[in-house]
Design a protein around this ligand. Sequence first.
Ligand code: ARG
Length: 589
Amino acid sequence: MKKIIELLNLEVMEAFEKAGYEKEYGAVTLSNRSDLCQYQCNGALAAAKKYKKAPIMIANEVLSILEKSSTFKEIKAIMPGFINIILQDSFLADYLNGMKNAEQFGVEKTKQPLKIVIDYGGPNVAKPLHVGHLRSAIIGESIKRIAKFAGHEVIGDVHLGDWGLQMGLIITELKKRTPDLVYFDDTFTGEYPEEPPFTISELEEIYPFANAYSKEHPEYREEAMNATFLLQSGKPGYMALWNHILNVSISDLKKNYEKLNVEFDLWKKESDAQPYIPDMVQYLKDHNYARISEGALVVDVKEETDTKEIPPCMILKSDGATLYNTTDLATIVERKKLFAPDAILYVVDKRQELYFEQIFRCAKKTKLIDETVNLTFLGFGTMNGKDGKPFKTRDGGVMRLEKLIQEITDAVYEKVMSNREMDQQEAREIAGKVGLAAIKYGDLSNQASKDYIFDLERFTSFEGNTGPYILYTIVRIKSILNKYQTEVGKINQDTQILGADSDSERELMLALVKFNEMIENAYSENAPHKVCQYIYDLSNAFSRFYHDTKIITENNKVKQNSWISLICLTEDILNTCIDLLGLEAPERM
Ligand code: ARG
């Protein structure tokens, strides 16, 4: 289905052409004075310069053509040459009926689907998930859903960090605590019990301890680096431990992501890219892309036009060790081989922007990936506390994701239970959904690249631009529809929506028809916040309509049926949108 703005463009452009002007001048935009009109065209002002004619004359000529059209209820030329547009109510209603009957409300799946890998989540094995990983998971998940809705083939990859120093630190600490474990026996050959020698909570205590300890004890750190090296060279006992760490950690991560309603298509890890490294390094050397600098192997990536210093991309350290860079480049090679993607999108903390710039340049310059593959970095800002500093627990530690979710759902639970009787289990379920919506919407409603302040009070409020308010709107619609069904009759899915006869009804319709355009923008700009802005406006429009309209007691059945159809459509679109954000609405709240 064509977007409403496209339909208007077509018609107004044609009129410009008929009146003897270039049709490009007929571009229509949303009105920036919604008190005066719904849409507007400013083309006559621009055309005036080219055709050396007063803009108002041009506008009037175009108008004489458009006045006959059934699209417009009112179309006027306003000094000095604006064209103000108010749509015919029946035109709006027809458009909505079209949306109602079309698949995906008229958003057609793209005819040129791209294969897109989205690299998001990025948790590190054995380290607890913290709020930084929360943002990547929430934003990446929503972008993935939006791209799928638009018709693309999307592969979401969690890209686990499982190959760094944290592994050596854990192994070193385990060795200190339990030197008798079979894994530390030099004759260990690879046969070992399935039972891991630690639990997830032990693991999560070990890593921060070892990390802190290594900062004060250089010899311990040295040992951990050596253990990392031995692991990466395939020492059987360490490989076995690494496997244990991985298994324990991944099953815990899966639980956490499930709670967040985040689902990955792939559970690939940094270590999976390691086999690609030797050939890649050889290739870079053979083609003279890489050079030795102070013993290290580097690729220069600076360009003439740079205004800031872009350091070379380091491939191997002087001792031959690989780095985060090496892994990311090898992962690009791996992804090319496995999926031949058209695009790879990285949803990572914006502090890694320069790093990714180096990686992208290096991959393109050395032809590890084709020039045509779109490599995009979507950097997100920091989630701050009310003090404007990165979000911490009350005692100053890094907030664990699980705890954060718990705190929020507890707060929502209190609200749900206050002043009424409700089954505890139901209240818990509601609090789970609403709490998650509070966190996710609080995050997604901001432009991803911006820092934002985590404000529990505001995010959990049932009023304002919040997740709970959106869910509450959906729940309200459900309850009206239930009431209608018990007090009036069955809902007829085929009922047509009729032209509006009140301002608030018209506003609701105008909000609904923007769906198609919103999806296109949210997809092309990787911008879930556009979905949030849309459903917030839509929810407000619904609330005003609902406030103004006595739906259940209306005597005019034709009108009443049309309203029911209209709010069914509103509910369906809201549900579709929250699904794109990764939220779910409860039955009541
Ligand atoms: N594990 C990394 C971190 O915690 C994020 C990974 C991002 N993705 C990537 N391909 N480097 O910072």
